[in-house]
Write a protein that binds this ligand. Structure first.
Ligand SMILES: Cc1cc2nc3c(=O)[nH]c(=O)nc-3n(C[C@H](O)[C@H](O)[C@H](O)COP(=O)(O)OP(=O)(O)OC[C@H]3O[C@@H](n4cnc5c(N)ncnc54)[C@H](O)[C@@H]3O)c2cc1C
Length: 382
């Protein structure tokens, strides 16, 4: 069923039936790629249910307990979870980013130790890449890992670390040399280690998924290094790209939200010709993206430039759709959405929509990548 001869319609119908019948743990909500601290327990029970039925780590190789599923199957599963309003796994960072890193670059011991608890949903990981002075320009990372007689000593600060408050381990990009890219190495950090301090950040929507992580004299064993010294940049690049699979689920969310927007505008008598035109334009963009997405996942190559175009356009369309909330609801509701349920959901989506054009590479960086690597335009002056 999950091989290259996948019958997409049959698979979709099977997943839809499975999700419809699946018992929902108390407190489970569709929290997106990262659970808040309160989401972890229901999310874990849900993950284990998916695992029992063979739907965890679809993209991992069979030898590590995955299904080696084609991109199309992964995309259909993610979309159906979005339709059913449930998360597709406990947390994205560990399974989608760290798993493939350990499978490609981890030692046999690291694979044996870390992959299984990731697969079973027992361990959450956080990605410790971004710093106050290093985001788009990731090679500017300054957190330092100095070699000691029996391992490493880490000092520095990370920021925007999703899920760090619930994480057992962090995937850390740190500086081990002076050369910009080749001076970077990748490490595993136990989040309970002495010298690691996690400070949650409260977001604009009131939730807290982000954190600051302070690393003060953190001692790591020699086997905390992933791959070789200086290989950190190459390893980091492997983690970028998998996030693209969330684009399909984002699209499902957009269609649902567009419908709610139209209902809210009609029931409030706000659907004037100007708003109707804006809504139709966005709806047309959503369909164009859906067709491009369907072609791209059917081709099955996650490194195709189509996914960069989709990342750019989907996140900007999502943001623009969210922004319509001010026209649909009026600015008063936007400043105090607490009294109206449908309004609150739309305002929440508007606020969360700001993140989409930043995470996994900002829109400006996506445009640079498309211009330089795909269209072969001259490189930006550096
Ligand atoms: C929801 C979410 C989850 C995240 N989770 C994590 C996580 O778990 N771990 C982690 O390490 N990080 C995480 N991040 C951080 C994310 O990777 C960074 O926010 C992103 O790389 C941008 O970096 P920055 O915020 O430092 O912005 P900057 O790089 O400082 O950019 C600021 C502005 O300048 C623009 N800009 C920068 N360089 C250029 C250029 N060369 N040309 C044109 N414009 C430019 C940018 O587009 C942006 O508009 C997350 C971010 C979000 C929104």
């Amino acid at each position: 069923m999950l091989g290259t001869d996948l019958d997409a319609d049959e698979f979709r119908a099977m997943i839809r039936g499975f999700l419809r019948a699946a018992p929902r743990p108390t407190g489970l909500r569709n929290y997106g790629p990262t659970p808040t601290a309160d989401d972890v327990e229901p999310g874990r029970i849900w993950h284990k249910y998916l695992l029992e039925h063979g739907y965890a780590c679809l993209h991992w190789p069979v030898v590590h307990g995955g299904s080696d599923a084609p991109v199309l199957a992964q995309a259909i599963f993610a979309e159906e979870c979005a339709y059913a309003d449930v998360p597709r796994q406990l947390a994205m960072t560990g399974i989608d980013l760290v798993g493939p890193v350990l499978i490609e670059y981890g030692s046999t011991e690291q694979q044996a130790r870390y992959l299984e608890p990731l697969r079973t949903g027992d361990h959450i990981w956080t990605q410790l890449f971004s710093e106050p002075g290093a985001g788009s320009d990731l090679a500017a990372v300054r957190t330092k890992a100095a070699q000691t007689s029996n391992g490493w000593r880490v000092d520095g600060q990370k920021v925007w670390s999703s899920g760090a408050i619930s994480a057992k381990y962090g995937l850390l990009l740190a500086r081990t040399g002076t050369e910009s890219h080749r001076g970077l190495s990748m490490f595993i950090v136990p989040m309970a280690a002495e010298g690691v301090r996690v400070e949650p950040i409260v977001q604009i929507d009131g939730e807290s998924k982000f954190n600051e992580v302070f690393l003060d004299g953190v001692e790591l064993a020699a086997d905390a290094l992933i791959g070789k010294i200086g290989q950190g940049w190459n390893i980091a690049m492997l983690t970028l790209g998998r996030e693209r699979l969330t684009l399909g689920t984002q699209a499902v969310g957009m269609f649902k939200r567009h419908e709610r927007m139209v209902d809210a505008a009609c029931s409030r008598g706000r659907l004037d010709p100007v708003l109707a035109r804006s809504m139709t334009r966005i709806w047309a963009r959503m369909w164009l993206l859906r067709f491009t997405w369907q072609r791209a996942v059917a081709d099955g190559d996650l490194s195709s430039p189509a996914f960069s175009v989709l990342k750019l356009m989907t996140s900007e369309t999502d943001r623009d759709l969210g922004d319509l909330a001010t026209d649909v609801l009026g600015t008063d509701v936007c400043t105090d959405p607490s009294t109206e349920q449908d309004g609150a959901e739309l305002v929440h989506a508007m606020l969360v929509g700001r993140a989409q054009t930043i995470l996994g590479g900002t829109s400006e960086i996506q445009r640079n990548i498309l211009g330089e690597r795909v269209l072969k335009l001259p490189k930006e002056p550096r």
